[in-house]
Ligand binder design. Structure first.
Ligand code: NAP
Length: 298
């Protein structure tokens, strides 16, 4: 089984580490050829490990059984164009909703699945730091069954990852989407760590309204959350209270955000169902304004 991981940022490097014992091509837009590269990873629980990765450029001629897309959602198009028909099926690790639909037509089996990841990871001075141990959720989606799921799950587990195989991965996609649609825009606009949303009663009121809107849209989509939405969001905020959300980090670095795939998606779905989601809409406009300000300054 040949695995290709596309995009070697935080989550791409973590996933490549877990697949390091497999026939793996770790593909980066920044690479100019295939080269063995030594890397280091730190787990808060189990300490440090070094490992080798076969890092290749987009021009590599490999054909993969399983493609794993681990870039930002809006960057996935940079990889799929050149790899059309060169992978059986794909797993998309991005936050938000919908990337797999863009990837699907490029796979030979016309199969691409979301695979939400709850690990927290960052890279510091070229080293990978796992800040929160989590899970890779793997499963079918809307009645469609993956072909290589068992192999991928075994490979990730063999490399040390925690994996939960589920019949239907969609409720887990929505659960992550719910947390991101509350946490990301509010922390990005106010430039506060996640825990502030719980500590500040006015912010929590806004958070509750966003949760209510997302839960309503999810219900209309036929989704039942694996856990009570409010309790789940509170638990994640407590567990990540000192963290800066990925959207806040993107804004601070002057980068584009994934707002279109998070609150933008909720707004589009709400509109299809004829419901208003004013809190999501305001947060969406605020983050889009921030992106405009950033691009004007740059
Ligand atoms: N970080 C997390 O803890 C986490 C957890 C769950 C889900 N996610 C989701 O996973 C996706 C990827 O997030 P991420 O945190 O891994 O993003 P990231 O670290 O910003 O990486 C995004 C892309 O930027 C490129 N890149 C990385 N380092 C770079 C550098 N120093 N200079 C220039 N380009 C660089 C990489 O592509 P190339 O290698 O092709 O250049 C990479 O695929 C997002 O959808 C995010 O929401 C992240």
């Amino acid at each position: 089984m040949i695995y290709c991981v596309f995009g070697l940022g935080n989550i791409g490097l973590l996933t490549s580490f877990f697949l390091r014992k497999e026939n793996l091509f770790a593909i980066s837009r920044r690479a100019s050829e295939c080269r063995e590269t030594r890397m280091r990873i730190y787990f808060l629980s189990s300490g440090e490990e070094s490992f080798s990765l076969n890092i290749c450029s987009l021009e590599t001629s490999v054909r993969c059984d399983v493609a794993i897309f681990s870039s930002k959602a809006y960057e996935v198009k940079d990889y799929i164009m050149g790899f059309k028909g060169r992978f059986d099926e794909a797993y998309c690790l991005q936050n938000g909703y919908g990337v797999w639909e863009e990837v699907k037509p490029y796979s030979t089996l016309n199969k691409a699945f979301p695979a939400p990841v709850t690990y927290g990871v960052k890279t510091r001075n070229g080293e990978i730091v796992v800040t929160g141990e989590g899970v890779y959720y793997l499963g079918g989606f809307r009645g469609e069954e993956p072909v290589h799921l068992d192999s991928l799950a075994k490979a990730l587990i063999n490399g040390g990852a925690r994996v939960q195989v589920v019949n239907d991965v969609e409720p887990y996609v929505w659960q992550k989407l719910l947390v991101n649609s509350v946490t990301n825009p509010l922390t990005a606009v106010l430039k506060v760590p996640n825990g502030y949303l719980l500590k500040n009663k006015y912010l929590w009121k806004i958070a509750e309204e966003v949760i209510r809107e997302v839960t309503d849209v999810a219900r209309r989509e036929g989704i039942t959350f694996p856990e009570d939405p409010v309790i789940f969001v509170k638990r994640v905020l407590e567990a990540t209270s000192s963290n800066y959300s990925s959207m806040l980090q993107d804004v601070m670095r002057g980068r584009k955000t994934e707002i279109e795939y998070i609150n933008g998606f909720i707004i589009r779905k709400a509109s299809e169902h004829g419901v208003n989601v004013p809190f999501n809409l305001i947060l969406y406009y605020l983050v889009k304004s921030l992106e405009n300000i950033i691009s004007e300054v740059a």
